[in-house]
Design a protein around this ligand. Sequence first.
Ligand code: ATP
Ligand code: MG
Length: 436
Amino acid sequence: MRLSKYFLPILREDPADAQIASHRLMLRAAMIQQSSAGIYAWLPLGLRVLRKIEQIVREEQDRAGAIELLMPTIQSADLWRESGRYDDYGKEMLRIVDRHDRDMLYGPTNEELITDIFRRTVRSYRDLPKLLYHIQWKFRDEIRPRFGVMRGREFLMKDTYSFDLDLEGARASYNTMYLAYLRTFARLGLVSIPVRADSGAIGGDLSHEFHILAETGESDIYYDAAIEDIDLAKLTAEGADFEGTVEQLQSLYAAEAEKHDPANCPVPADRLRHAKGIEVGHIFYFGKKYSEAMKARVSGPDGKDVTVEMGSYGIGVSRLVGAIIEASHDDAGIIWPESVAPFQVGVLNLNTKDEACRAACERLYEQLTNAGVEALYDDTDERAGAKFATADLIGLPWQIRVGPRSLKAGEVEVKNRRTGETENMTPEAALNRIRG
Ligand code: ATP
Ligand code: MG
């Protein structure tokens, strides 16, 4: 992409109303623009990141055996009357009346809708287990939308729903998702802490919230430092014992502050960590809560009807954009993990009037593009200093800076955004460094 042809209306000054780094940086880097309270337009740079996160979430769901579908954003109130949640949900639900005076709503979540799809289509225990998911915009009329995309009113969520014949099956589905979540967050360059959460009236321990460590997190958590060192690749290598692995992971201690009992804490003091967390995912087994109310049944092995066991599994896809920035930035701007960077490299022409610079940049840009590397080519007439600032702000993992002086020596300067290290090398070597 040539910056001169792109749409990147960055802000040179800090916006006044942004209280946390990710919100400030997303506005400055022209990733989002607020359209009304808690509702944002995703500008091109932000959309690229959102799509990359979404794709990693999707790949890990697919790998875990979940099947993607797409449910509508607007739902009928009747389904929610069946489950009893239409009246319970309160003011967070955006209620809509259509021209025929039918009560509709903008979905804050999808348990009712997926249960309806399931009961209309699945008849036999032979079709179980089923894990179905979609990635769709939700609306919750949060009382205090804040911190940009972290607590929006409209936000993108991945939600999966499991259907099983019995508790044992439900537990297996739950554990499959548990591991898929750890993998997903690791691929996003994040350390995630699975914290035991209340699973409400159904009881048991089958509910975990996944938190990302960041000073600006809204949750206060205590956890075993061993969680930070989990080697998922090793634990899930071929031949590894799946149930054993999950059990081992789930036995590692993590709790929200209000549930942390120092007197009974099983973790030795030198391994106990206390930190702020951002909730980016929540998995939840709720048994027959919806299937009973909405009569979602299959015929069992003995021919008798069985009400199915269900669970739901959410990931805040748009919240993750902010959470990753909270976990990875410095004073100059964002530092993207390679896996979600909007572009892998910026090619900075430091003197657009210099013919040799122009030719070298064009050649590099073409070679990178041909090699399948996403490059943002700064071919604008800005000063070199402004180009450096922009590149640091938008946080691409690599910068190739092409200036007349080093080019005379046959070299360009390569900067690694994360380490801040710069190194001079030939354009060919730069290409190889970035491809490798
Ligand atoms: P919170 O306690 O933060 O309000 P929640 O318990 O309401 O979250 P869930 O209903 O479990 O959240 O939704 C699944 C995921 O969706 C959450 O883990 C979070 O990452 C994301 N999420 C929830 N509410 C919002 C929101 N208002 N803006 C952005 N993401 C959200
Ligand atoms: Mg909430």
